[in-house]
Design a protein around this ligand. Structure first.
Ligand SMILES: Cc1cc2nc3c(=O)[nH]c(=O)nc-3n(C[C@H](O)[C@H](O)[C@H](O)COP(=O)(O)OP(=O)(O)OC[C@H]3O[C@@H](n4cnc5c(N)ncnc54)[C@H](O)[C@@H]3O)c2cc1C
Length: 444
């Protein structure tokens, strides 16, 4: 091993955090002796366990419990908060913009490229101005506060138009992120509405717009159809073969001619590789082209995995691994082992994993799962969803806190307070200053 091997990890999400955890454990001695240095650059100082975002939005889980502090679990690594702006593969360096202060160049000997994906948007008028995604803990928390805030709005007005607009929620995209988010939030409001005067489950309108003729492709056609029927039975308006044409201030226009007055549009129509991939060779669906050993094409020092990488799926020749947590977590371990093998001049092992299936939650005690070809629905699927993801959640601390959240929820009712004002903490202070200034001016 060369003295002072510098490993740069771009992105501390599922792949970045798990790969660094494994490197930290397996290279303990080298890290202690300063022969290896691991730097992780991420926009946030925490890893988000995205499969739990719908439960965090619904208030079943405390948002802080679905994230893991990188500084806490990776004490032997250097965590840099900021954005990697570009990658120079030939020069083995990356340009880094910290949260504050001037940009700088980070040199590396080995690169782990894993900045994940971003929400895939379309050039639809009004989408960028009025839509919101569902990929981060900030978006999930905002959405919870926003939707409870809309119930407050509706309960405080007599104007039927204002009320109808506030109580209409449109989700676009029927993959697991969109379906789980909508189903969990609808379930939460069905429970919460009893505290809002004059609002019942029937007075709310939940719409799921999907461009194809089916939803939840992850669980297969049969369970996808079952889920569509189940959501419709709950009163959710599932629009298949339908697209959003435009979004005006408080109206969503569909291509079937209908205009839906609403103030909530959640865009969950898929993901695309992080734009940073433009600095690396790309392949399938614009993702970084890698070998089955997770090496970026044409290099023997740069590795990539997760949502941003087109990793050949050796269990389905000619195809590539889909972007999901199941692959991301397993690839990260293989990646770390292959990086160490490369450092030590040993043989690397190709990544091979057969997808075991998918589980999705559709609200409290409701779910759908297709695992090893076994199709499960209702309570058993929901239980499988919780159990599976709890075992995947990193760190004992987080597992314990999540278990505690679920246990407390058995004995206490859900929180229904909208804390949307958290995003505007200075409003009250500004009001106080302004009103006193006005009073002083009036006295003069
Ligand atoms: C709502 C939702 C539900 C999901 N449910 C499931 C599920 O049930 N089952 C399943 O298998 N998968 C699920 N997924 C998908 C799964 O979470 C992802 O496939 C997985 O997290 C991908 O891991 P990753 O490490 O590639 O990316 P991420 O975990 O997204 O990590 C990428 C990291 O890179 C950082 N980053 C981005 N750009 C930069 C930059 N320029 N500089 C520095 N850092 C940067 C980001 O801040 C982030 O921390 C779900 C996803 C969502 C959004």
């Amino acid at each position: 091993m060369t003295p002072s091997s510098r490993i740069l990890v771009v992105g501390g999400g599922s792949v970045g955090m798990y790969a660094a955890l494994r490197l930290q454990r397996r290279l303990r001695r080298e890290l202690k002796q300063g022969r290896v240095g691991i730097t992780i650059a991420d926009l946030d100082s925490y890893m988000t366990y995205q499969p739990f975002l719908p439960e965090a939005a619904a208030g079943n889980l405390e948002p802080r419990h679905v994230v893991v502090s990188l500084r806490r679990v990776l004490p032997r690594c250097r965590i840099l908060g900021g954005r990697i702006c570009d990658i120079d593969l030939a020069g083995k360096s990356a340009r880094f913009a910290p949260m504050e202060g001037p940009e700088r160049v980070l040199d590396y000997d080995y690169l782990i490229f894993c900045p994940g994906s971003i929400t895939k948007t379309l050039p639809i008028p009004g989408l960028a101005e009025y839509g919101i995604g569902f990929k981060t803990v900030e978006e999930a928390t905002h959405l919870r506060n926003h939707i409870l805030g809309k119930l407050d709005t509706a309960a405080s007005t007599d104007d039927p138009e204002v009320r109808a607009r506030a109580l209409t929620f449109v989700f676009v995209g029927g993959g697991y992120a969109g379906v789980e988010a909508l189903a969990e939030l609808e379930d939460m409001t069905a429970d919460a509405c009893r505290y809002f005067h004059g609002i019942s489950r029937d007075s709310m309108r939940w719409v799921l717009v999907e461009a194809s003729d089916h939803i939840l492709p992850e669980v297969g056609p049969e369970l996808g159809t079952w889920t569509t029927d189940e959501l419709r039975r709950r009163g959710i308006d599932v629009r298949l073969d339908t697209r959003v044409k435009a979004i005006e201030h408080d109206v969503v226009v569909l291509d079937d001619g209908e205009s839906i007055p609403c103030e909530t549009l959640v865009w969950t129509a898929g993901v695309t590789a992080n734009p940073l991939v433009r600095h690396l060779p790309t392949g399938d669906r614009g993702r970084v082209a890698t070998s089955a050993e997770l090496l970026v094409d044409g290099t023997d020092f740069a590795f990539a995995a997760g949502d941003c990488a087109a990793v050949p799926d050796l269990t389905r020749p000619g195809e590539y691994c889909p972007p999901n947590a199941q692959h991301a977590v397993r690839q990260s371990r293989r990646l770390a082992d292959n990086l160490i093998a490369t450092m030590r001049g040993r043989r690397r092992t190709p990544y091979r994993h057969k997808n075991v299936g998918s589980v999705a939650s559709l609200g409290l005690h409701k779910g759908v799962a297709n695992v090893y070809g076994l199709q499960v629905r209702g309570f058993p699927a929901w239980f499988m969803h919780r159990t599976y993801h709890l075992t995947r959640m990193p760190t004992f601390n987080r597992k314990a806190r999540i278990l505690m959240d679920w246990t407390l929820a058995l004995f206490f009712k859900r929180e229904v307070v909208a804390l949307g004002a958290l995003a505007r903490p200075r409003e009250e202070f500004e009001f106080a200053s302004r009103s006193q200034e006005e009073t002083a001016n009036a006295r003069r």
